[in-house]
Design a protein around this ligand. Structure first.
Ligand SMILES: Nc1nc2c(c(=O)[nH]1)N[C@H]1C(S)=C(S)[C@@H](COP(=O)(O)O)O[C@H]1N2
Ligand SMILES: [Mo]
Length: 333
């Protein structure tokens, strides 16, 4: 089945040809026996398949567009495996089952879930191969979910269990990090905002102390936050467009997909911060320190002010998308 649309959802950028970034857990948990995938929960016939038995069910192919919530996309990737719909045909699903949860064999028993009807109509695939090669371990081999039409965090690596549920059970990122539970990239359903009132946000902005707080999605565009203390704060999707953040301290903060367009960030400290998918276009980044920050798919072009006083790790610059990597390299020397 071809689920590709050959175009990019809003706010996404293409990775360089041949590149496939690694996101989230890097390895499955060790296991002694052979790999098994089980179906359980609200089914009359719980089942277990070895990899050999899965392969014997025949194979379905899907051409899939990958869209990661941290703003990179990779179009037209060919996955092979068994469609979830086919795997479930003889499980005798209880009519009460409305959701499906995928659980990984991994250290934190990572999981993610979807409405069962969505998983089926989107063509969720229990995948073992990519481009005719067995899936590499770091990308979820020997078997992972591929859920076309949703941000890639709905595509679980190292599938161990498929569970049919009457009520939804939030997945790891959805529960721990406020990722949107539907995750439709065409609607930009990336994160839920944190539960703080407008008034609380105003007070925090006035105090210039965000340290350790959960302030996902906070609206602080155009605000004067010079010298802000945001150490260790959770600031995914925070709005800092045009804000004054001179010498702000973002040490260890989570800034994935934060908006810093045209912000004044001279002398700001981003060491050990997670800046994946953050947008720094037009920002003043002189004397800004990005060493040990994670910069996967961060944006700097056009117009970020970068010179030899802007500090980066070469290893992190390798995580930028091509246009940004070129933009930064041209200005550092
Ligand atoms: N078991 C497991 N599956 C996971 C994750 C994870 O941390 N653990 N991360 C998710 C996220 S956020 C993304 S973007 C994709 C990344 O897959 P990749 O590393 O193959 O690119 O896996 C998803 N599945
Ligand atoms: Mo992701």
């Amino acid at each position: 089945m071809d689920t590709c649309s050959r175009s990019l959802p809003p706010g996404q950028q293409l990775v360089a040809a041949g590149k496939w970034p690694l996101v989230g857990e890097r390895l499955p948990a060790a296991c002694a026996g052979p790999w098994l995938v089980e179906v359980g929960g609200l089914v009359a016939r719980p089942r277990r398949w070895s990899l050999g038995k899965l392969a014997a069910l025949g194979s379905d192919e899907s051409l899939v567009d990958i869209h990661c919530v941290t703003r990179w996309s990779k179009l037209g990737v060919r996955f092979r495996g068994v469609l979830l719909a086919r795997l479930l045909t003889d499980a005798e699903i209880d009519p009460q089952a409305q959701f499906v949860s995928f659980v990984a064999r991994s250290q934190r028993s990572h999981s993610t879930s979807l409405p069962l009807a969505d998983a089926l109509h989107l063509g969720a695939l229990v995948a073992t191969h990519c481009d005719d090669q067995p899936l590499p371990t770091e990308h979820g081999g020997p078997v992972r979910m591929i859920v076309p039409g949703r941000y890639f965090y709905k595509s679980l690596k190292w599938l161990a269990r498929i569970e049919l549920l009457a009520n939804d059970r939030l997945g790891y990122w959805e529960a721990e990090a406020g990722y949107h539970n539907r995750a439709d990239p065409w609607l930009e359903e990336r994160y839920l905002a944190a539960a703080i009132s407008k008034q609380e946000a105003q007070q925090l902005i006035a105090s210039r102390n965000f340290s350790g707080r959960d302030l996902r999605g906070i609206q602080a565009a155009e605000r004067d936050l010079m010298g802000l203390n945001a150490r260790g704060a959770l600031l995914r999707d925070a709005h800092f467009q045009g804000a004054i953040l001179t010498r702000a301290d973002f040490l260890g903060a989570n800034l994935s997909n934060a908006h810093f367009k045209w912000a004044k960030l001279q002398g700001a400290d981003f060491r050990r911060a997670d800046c994946e998918g953050a947008n720094f276009a037009g920002a003043d980044l002189r004397e800004t320190n990005f060493t040990s920050a994670s910069l996967l798919a961060a944006t700097f072009s056009p117009n970020a002010i970068i010179d030899q006083t802007t500090l980066f790790d070469d290893e992190q610059l390798a995580m930028l998308l091509p246009a940004d990597a070129e933009y930064v390299a041209a200005r550092r020397h």
